[in-house]
Design a protein around this ligand. Structure first.
Ligand SMILES: NC(=O)c1ccc[n+]([C@@H]2O[C@H](COP(=O)([O-])OP(=O)(O)OC[C@H]3O[C@@H](n4cnc5c(N)ncnc54)[C@H](O)[C@@H]3O)[C@@H](O)[C@H]2O)c1
Length: 106
């Protein structure tokens, strides 16, 4: 089984990719921080068909939080599909790194 890490796997594009990868029988770990830019309920709907699948795991975390990721992400992964992103062009330009971010382990 191929193990694939999908960042942003609760988002629009990422969750559709996960739909397809699960259909093909891959093992999926999703990393998503349920960024507040748009409603969490929409992302929960995106992943409701994934929850409970034995080959799907959700790590709720922030890809900028390296110390936490080292603890939470149990690889190895064969492939990383990086689809986590700040939604919206203008907010990404105004605050590309997310100035309010601080590591949970700092
Ligand atoms: N939606 C489109 O039509 C479209 C078209 C072309 C390209 N894209 C690209 O695809 C990518 C994903 O877009 P989308 O439409 O799925 O956006 P989306 O906002 O629906 O999904 C992004 C996901 O990333 C998560 N996320 C954001 N910051 C994070 C962080 N720091 N750590 C962990 N998770 C984080 C969010 O919670 C969200 O679930 C983007 O790079 C976008 O530019 C999207």
């Amino acid at each position: 089984m191929t193990h694939i890490l999908v960042t942003g796997g609760a988002g629009f594009i990422g969750s559709h990719l996960v739909d397809s990868l699960l259909r093909d029988g891959h093992g999926i770990t999703v990393l998503d921080n349920f960024d507040a830019f748009y409603d969490r309920a929409a992302k929960e709907r995106n992943i409701e068909g994934h929850r409970g699948r034995s080959n799907w795991r959700l790590v709720e975390g922030d890809l900028r939080d390296l110390p936490a990721l080292r603890q939470q992400l149990a690889g190895p992964f064969d492939v990383i599909a990086h689809l986590a992103a700040k939604a919206g062009v203008r907010p990404s330009i105004e605050d590309p790194l997310g100035s309010r971010f601080t590591s949970s382990r700092a």
